[in-house]
Design a protein around this ligand. Structure first.
Ligand code: HEM
Ligand code: SF4
Length: 576
């Protein structure tokens, strides 16, 4: 296929078009030992391979003074469709974090693993390392369908198993077909032939039947959820699929489209937006419908301005009715009226739950999704030891937490003893419910977009907010709080009852009024607050909530009832 770009298209579009299916000069960039960085155009392409080139921002100014190039390193995002990994995969990721990265694993808000601080010379070894246990980073980032999320739901249910299966098939269907990934990273030899990207002959002509050679205009996210839990925040995704059950079996999905949370400060034409409901579709038609939504975005999405290129803006431009018709025509499937469902919350349910076949799931709180060893808490070691005895699975949740899944009754005592020894259960249960419902993106020191701290700072801020909760008796009240270092919104702050978005070093915008179940965005309440300001603003709000809430009333709903913010009913009125 010939490049189809126009002069008005963005630089990234031109880079994709001439990249020969995502090769560019990546091989050459990797061989250049004089710099820790890639050729500039390859920095766009490597995202499709699941990696971002970053600098250590803590060291940037010092190195500039010393006339050194920034300390370049790479983040690698390893896909885990539906979030389910084996103990062998866990052990390998744990080892790779020590061997090639910064000694920690980040469990992301989209159920992927992230390695941070990988130097260019180690990229290939790291990628080969996880490929050997059948994990890959292809389409971890970039303008393609990324890691497909699915409720890892710790519940004994045939519907959950069926929905996981659909998630895996969506993931496989929309994985890019280019052979560049294993050509560049695996010397042309995929380790396992069953991997989706290995279905194409090395050296054979590349073809991208769904994407074409310029891929999508922008990133594309798909998530599935099983009511009553919205633990994948389905409405934050380009495609959100809500499982509908009939007589204990999966009947199909309510399909929502056009969600996406990123925005840019000072550009009100950009806004977070929840997905619109298109209607119900039977399971057998779901791949056709997803493909039609993806190709509609491929053909109608904006390729001239990356800030306005997500599906949410395409739908705004086309109009929902026209978009829906287009999807029906392309797929040959008519949407039925949406089926009734009810979401209770976006959080995880901590602790033990029964699983199929007499097994158990155990959901653990992982603060900021960071699996690390610190002097006071050796979580990474604890989980490594668990992985050596565990015969079930590890499930990454969309809330940066971890489920030790399918624990057999025989292994349960050993696993409990390990967790007890390292204080892991105690760590989960001694937290306030607010902290248990917190998310923080990576932000400084690695993310180039960050204006402010998030993951490194939120725990300390929560210590202070916890004091207010204790004073007001709200320790056990589940309230969602999410912090990001910039308005891109990677930890979904606009869906938090308390959203904090970094605007400058130490300064955050405070957003209130989102729904606890992920069905309503929040709204700006105060701008540019420092820590003192955040605490000063939150204290009276929490005091009022403690004294005046109706039975069962959520904090987000209370903020609206009190008139502190107006309800955001659609992305287009997020800004007021
Ligand atoms: C213009 C928009 C965006 C840009 C440029 C962007 C860029 C980035 C970068 C550079 C990182 C890596 C940070 C690091 O690991 O050091 C990151 C992390 C991440 N992003 Fe985004 N992002 C954008 C929007 C979003 C949105 C809207 C979401 C989802 C709602 C999202 C989901 C994630 C996730 C899950 C991570 C992993 C880290 C975590 O769990 O916090 N991103 N993003
Ligand atoms: S929200 Fe901003 S600061 Fe945080 S990871 Fe995403 S891009 Fe980086």
């Amino acid at each position: 296929m010939q490049p189809e770009t126009k002069p008005s298209h963005t630089e990234v579009e031109h880079v994709k078009a001439k990249s020969d299916y995502l090769r560019g000069t990546l091989a050459e960039s990797l061989n250049n030992t004089l710099s820790g960085a890639l050729n500039p155009e390859d920095t766009h392409l490597i995202k499709f391979h699941g990696s971002y080139q970053q600098t250590d921002r803590d060291l940037d100014s010092e190195r500039k003074i010393q006339k050194l190039e920034p300390l370049y390193s790479f983040m690698i995002r390893v896909r885990v469709p539906g979030g389910v990994a084996t103990p062998a995969q866990w052990l390998r990721m744990d080892a790779l974090a020590d061997q090639y990265a910064n000694g920690t694993l980040k469990l992301t808000t989209r159920q992927a693993f992230q390695l941070h601080g990988v130097h260019k010379r180690h990229l290939k070894s790291a990628i080969r390392g996880f490929n050997e246990v059948l994990l890959d980073s292809l389409a971890g980032c970039g303008d393609v369908s990324r890691n497909v999320m699915c409720s890892p739901n710790p519940e004994e249910s045939r519907v959950h198993a069926a929905v996981q299966e659909v998630a895996r098939s969506i993931s496989a269907t929309f994985t890019p077909r280019t052979t560049a990934y294993y050509e560049i990273w695996l010397d042309g030899q995929p380790v396992d032939k069953s991997q989706p990207f290995a279905t194409h002959k090395p050296g054979g002509a590349d073809e991208e039947p769904v994407y074409g050679n310029t891929y999508l205009p922008r990133k594309f996210k798909i998530a599935l959820a099983v009511p009553p839990q919205n633990d994948t925040d389905v409405f934050a995704n380009d495609i959100g699929l809500i499982a509908i059950e009939k007589d204990g079996e999966l009947a199909g999905f309510n399909v929502a489209a056009g969600g996406g949370l990123g925005m840019t400060f000072g550009e009100p034409q950009t806004f977070p937006r929840l997905a619109d409901m298109l209607g119900f579709v039977e399971t057998k038609d779901i791949l056709k419908v997803c493909e039609a939504i993806i190709t509609t975005q491929r053909d109608h999405g904006n390729r001239e301005n990356r800030r306005l290129s997500r599906l949410k803006y395409t739908i705004e431009r086309m109009g929902l009715a026209t978009f829906k018709r287009e999807v029906e025509v392309r797929s040959g499937v008519s949407f039925q009226p949406e089926k009734p469902y009810r979401f209770e919350g976006t959080g995880d349910r901590y602790g033990w739950t029964p699983a199929a076949g007499g097994r158990f799931h155990l959901t653990l709180f992982v603060e900021g999704g960071r699996v690390a060893d610190t002097p006071s808490y050796q979580l990474k070691t604890a989980l490594r030891v668990v992985a050596t005895v565990h015969d079930g699975d590890f499930r990454l949740t969309g809330n940066q937490n971890l489920i030790i899944g399918n624990i057999s009754p025989e292994k349960r005592p050993a696993i409990e003893a390990i967790l007890e020894k390292y204080g892991v259960l105690e760590h989960t249960f001694r937290q306030t419910a607010l902290r248990q419902h917190s998310l923080a993106c990576v932000a400084l020191n690695t993310c180039s977009q960050a204006f402010a701290e998030a993951e490194r700072y939120l725990p300390a801020l929560l210590d202070k907010i916890d004091d207010i909760l204790r004073e007001t008796g709200l320790e056990q009240e589940a309230i969602t709080i999410r912090m990001t270092g910039c308005p891109n919104g990677c930890a979904r702050p606009y869906l938090a009852e308390i959203g904090l978005v970094g605007k400058a070093v130490g300064k955050y915008n405070l957003y209130l009024g989102a729904a606890f179940n992920g069905e309503r965005l929040n709204k700006l309440y105060r701008e540019m607050l420092d820590e003192e300001g955040i605490l000063r603003e939150l204290r009276p709000l929490l005091q009022a909530y403690a004294g005046e809430r109706n039975p069962g009333e959520r904090f987000g709903d209370f903020c609206i009832r009190k008139g502190w913010v107006q309800a955001t009913t659609h992305g287009t009125n997020f800004h007021g």
